[in-house]
Design a protein around this ligand. Structure first.
Ligand code: NAD
Length: 494
């Protein structure tokens, strides 16, 4: 059985005596390969390769960097189907959904292709007599990216294009559950002509992550994953002097006001709740039905849920694939049982697929969920949509304010004033108005608030450029030596 190797300084390799983890095809449940798990020495080798590459890469011209990024962008587009096949075979999502994630990843390479524009500094002429000031932004050095299983191509592409375009070198630690997409991206990156060592991939678990978080030569860490690990990554890496952005988990609410178009809201809730089997950080997991809309909305959602076609992600016509691992599938099914036990009404029960081969759980709809139930309090990350009924807009807002997660939230209404009030008041990082999954395009930035993000900057787009660079302000004058004298006063810029 194949062992998926690391890729360090352009060489794919692994220690045959080292630890490995199994990789599964979630649609069949079969173990299809192993992935090498890096120890400290492997992490050191990757960071050292990146450190050496930094010397030349950070001084490579912007036009050369841009040419390579364009070529990488085109190679990724040419290989969308290959990437999708790899993603589906290890993650389980449908091929169409996998192609979609690659397309959203390409947006980030395209943004980085404009690096000449993004890295323009500022210049102030004649701030004092014969004195000019300009600011530039310089790369940090070696930066690390640690990514989750649910977007094995897109999330690495949230990070590495901007990091590398700005002159840094990169060590990527992808999820050990579906490491194949990162390897293919690294191969395309090399084919595009980037020098060895600019992008390195090490696979692994906590040991590899800890190696990166504490390594003295890693200057910054970008992390995306669950909230407990995000909190840990932020605390550990900042304690080791690094700049950190750590994006965590989510519990995204979709508020449906009584005036909303019920069919439109139901279509959106089902698409956003069950796409990728609910394994999206921006998936809708709670529908908040306000006032009189509850009965009609639950009926419209349940009709649609019953029609979702579940099966292997490679089969034409299938809309929802399996979950990523058996453990995860069983954990999600456990939440359904706990919700029912606690008094939620199971309107559609997906647990009838539990006996089938592969890690399947059918789409599940729970009504009359209350905020004390674990199905509400915890991030489930599976195909389970909960409906919470409230009697007013303030009650819906109170739920959102009390929730520790604050990634994305949507409102469905035909009232522009209500939507505008909601966008201003809601304490989350990303808001959709009649848009259930408001993932910003690559020219904006992505990030939540509260327990959905630890750190100060959102990811990719303009905030990504800021995160991967540090500012330098340069004050210049070319005085006539004849006018020079000793002056111990503080410069007043008169
Ligand atoms: P995870 O937290 O289990 O793993 C993320 C990464 O951290 C992986 O590379 C993993 O190897 C590593 N890791 C896991 N446990 C660790 C530990 N104890 N110490 C150090 N490193 C560890 O997340 P996941 O299950 O791969 O992904 C799903 C989670 O990611 C969900 O919570 C989802 O909401 C979140 N997510 C968030 C966003 C966002 O933008 N906010 C995007 C995608 C996914």
């Amino acid at each position: 059985m194949e062992t998926i190797p690391h890729r360090i300084d352009g060489v794919a390799d692994f220690d045959p005596e080292g630890r490995t983890a199994p990789v599964y095809d979630p649609a069949t449940g079969a173990r299809t390969s192993h992935v090498a798990l890096a120890d400290g020495a492997t992490v050191d080798a990757a960071v050292s390769a990146a450190s050496q590459a930094f010397e030349d890469w950070s001084t490579t011209s912007i036009s050369r960097r841009t040419k390579l990024l364009f070529s990488f962008r085109n190679l990724v587009e040419d290989h969308v189907d290959d990437l999708a096949r790899v993603i589906t075979s290890q993650h389980g999502k449908t091929l169409d959904d996998a192609r979609g994630e690659v397309a959203r990843g390409i947006e980030n390479i395209e943004f980085a292709c404009g690096i000449g524009e993004h890295l323009k500094g500022a210049f102030s002429h004649q701030v004092s007599n014969g004195v000019d000031v300009h600011t530039i932004r310089q790369p940090l050095g070696v930066v690390a990216g640690i990514t989750p299983f649910n977007f094995p191509a897109m999330v690495p592409l949230w990070m590495l294009p901007n990091a590398i375009a700005t002159g840094n070198t990169f060590v990527l630690k992808p999820s050990e559950r579906d490491p194949g997409a990162a390897m293919l991206l690294a191969e395309l990156f090399a084919e595009a002509g980037f020098p060895n060592g600019v992008l390195n991939v090490v696979h692994g678990d906590k040991e590899a992550v800890d190696g990166l978080l504490t390594h003295p030569d890693v200057r910054a860490v970008s992390f995306v994953g669950s909230t407990p690990v995000a909190r840990y990554v932020h605390a550990t890496a900042t304690a080791h002097g690094k700049r950190v952005q750590a994006l965590g988990g989510a519990k995204n609410h979709m508020v449906v006001l009584p005036d909303a178009d019920v069919d439109l809201a139901a279509d959106a809730a089902v698409s956003a709740g069950f796409g990728s089997a609910g394994e999206r950080c921006m998936a809708i997991s709670v529908v908040v039905a306000v006032g009189s809309v509850g009965d009609a909305l639950v009926e419209a959602i349940s009709e649609r849920v019953a029609r979702i076609r579940v099966g292997p992600g490679t089969e034409p016509g299938v809309e929802m694939g399996p979950l990523v691992t058996e453990d995860h599938r069983n954990r999600v099914a456990g939440y359904v049982a706990a919700g029912a036990e606690a008094g939620a009404e199971v309107v559609v029960d997906g647990r009838d697929l539990l006996d089938q081969a592969g890690f399947f759980l059918g789409p599940t709809l729970l009504d009359r969920v209350t905020p004390d139930m674990t199905v509400y309090t915890d991030e489930i990350f599976g195909p389970v949509l909960s409906v919470v009924r409230v009697d007013s807009y303030p009650a819906a807002m109170a739920l959102l304010e009390a929730n520790p997660y604050a990634n994305g939230t949507a409102i469905f209404t035909r009232d522009g004033g209500a939507a505008r009030r909601f966008q201003d008041e809601v304490p989350v990082g990303m808001v959709g108005v009649n848009v259930p999954i408001p993932v910003p395009v690559g020219s904006h930035s992505f990030g939540g608030w509260k327990d959905s993000l630890f750190g100060d900057t959102h990811m990719y787009g303009p905030e990504g450029i800021r995160f991967y660079t540090r500012a330098k302000a340069i004050t210049t004058r070319w005085p006539d030596p004849a006018d020079s004298s000793v002056d111990l006063g503080f410069p007043r810029n008169a």
